[in-house]
Design a protein around this ligand. Structure first.
Ligand SMILES: [Zn+2]
Length: 397
């Protein structure tokens, strides 16, 4: 594995320098000769590549010679700012899909079984030979449609696998509970694309009888890690990515939190070399019961951008505020909006009168002395095109 990873890394850097104008310039400015990069041990000599730099580079960050018929364009959801346009080769999409399947295979997923996706990003590529061979059977759910239709579709088709963003999974579970439970249970339940909030687990457990596999990945990165079958922590996909955890540019020690920096070992059209993903994590070196040796990490407080920053210097991770409101029975969706330096709105949608919301707000206020916390009940919080609901947004600041 170490030899494979070094080889892929070396190739990725050389390919990027040879075929992608953005990387050619970046390495020239940093004074790095791509041929001098022999493996992952040399990665520290390469500069970090931020999302903003890639966005500014636009098509210059792409391989120029991909035939139009084999190009596949995608976009990040833009929940953390402006979206980034991504370019893949069809073959890369199939490779990403294979990585996803392999993670879920460990949990009993079989690709010829029917799967259902809550959220478009989590659905696999269409029109490929995999589908023609019957190895991809997906039902898609339109996030804009009412939740009762999602559950109807689920009960009618009885999928073997259900994949969903945590926010959409919550809506699904609340609706299922409102109906008195599900008649059908999937064999495999997977979630990803957003942080899986701990307060959601109780509801998911009640609805499905087990906890989901949590997958760590993003649109631009593909699957980076997935939850261990033997308990806590996420195993890094060693064959697809290289992950570093850095604090001020230096690798962290055990138990210290830092920023996740990704290098993709499978992308060739729009390589990502030392790309800060925007999440905080710690290495988890606890012994593992599942038998897999791939290193484990734990996400820490979610995205670095999901932090409420107050003028007096306090930094409150949104995960710590989600608990009270997320545990109120009947709350389908919630979202935190910072509307001023010390003003926070909790927006939510709910079934029935959701009487306990008042108590939840009191708990949140107790965590945030000096902050004006108000609530706003809406019919439904709109989903992004892909189906996500950002947990935290800053408005007019
Ligand atoms: Zn494990």
């Amino acid at each position: 594995m170490a030899r494979f990873r070094d080889e892929r890394f070396r190739w990725t850097v050389r390919n990027a320098a040879a075929t992608i104008p953005f990387y050619r310039r970046l390495l020239a400015v940093a004074g790095v000769d791509p041929l001098s990069i022999r493996g992952l041990a040399d990665r520290g000599r390469l500069p970090l590549v931020t999302r903003d730099a890639l966005r500014q580079a636009g098509q210059e960050a792409w391989r120029q010679d991909v035939p139009a018929g084999q190009r596949w364009l995608a976009s990040t959801s833009g929940s953390s700012g402006n979206p980034l346009i991504l370019l893949y080769h069809q073959a890369e999409r199939v490779r990403m899909h294979a990585v996803n399947l392999d993670c879920e295979w460990l949990y009993g997923h079989r690709p010829w079984r029917l799967a259902m996706g809550l959220g478009t990003q989590l659905v696999s590529p269409q029109g490929t030979w995999l589908q023609r061979l019957g190895l991809l059977r997906w039902i898609r759910v339109d996030p804009a449609r009412p939740v009762r239709e999602w559950v109807d579709l689920f009960e009618r088709h009885r999928p073997y696998v259900l994949r969903g963003y945590p926010s959409m999974l919550r809506e699904f579970c609340v609706e299922a509970q409102r109906r008195g439970g599900l008649k059908w249970r999937p064999r495999v339940l997977a979630t990803g694309g957003e942080l899986y909030p701990p307060e959601l687990d109780e509801l998911v457990h009640r609805t499905f009888g087990f906890s989901p596999i949590t997958c760590y990945g993003a649109m631009e990165t593909g699957r980076m890690a997935f939850s261990c079958t033997g308990g806590g922590g996420l195993h890094v996909r060693m064959d697809a990515v290289d992950l570093e955890i850095l604090r001020e540019g230096v690798p962290v020690g055990p138990g210290q939190s830092g920023e996740v920096v990704l290098t993709s070992l499978i992308f060739t059209c729009m390589p990502l070399i030392r790309y800060p993903v925007g999440d905080l994590a710690v290495w988890d070196d606890s012994p593992c019961a599942c038998g897999l040796w791939w290193p484990k990490l734990r996400l820490h407080e979610g995205r670095g951008s999901d932090v409420l920053a107050l003028p007096d210097g306090r930094r409150v991770p949104i995960t710590t505020l989600g608990g009270p409101i997320g545990r109120v029975p009947g709350v389908r969706q919630y979202q935190f909006i910072q509307t001023g330096p010390t003003a926070l709105t909790v927006r939510y949608s709910a079934d029935g009168d959701a009487r306990e919301v008042g108590a939840a707000l009191a708990l949140i206020r107790g965590q945030l002395p000096g902050v004006q916390v108000r609530s706003e009940r809406v019919e439904r919080i709109g989903h992004s095109v892909t189906g996500k609901v950002p947990r935290f947004i800053r408005q007019g600041m």
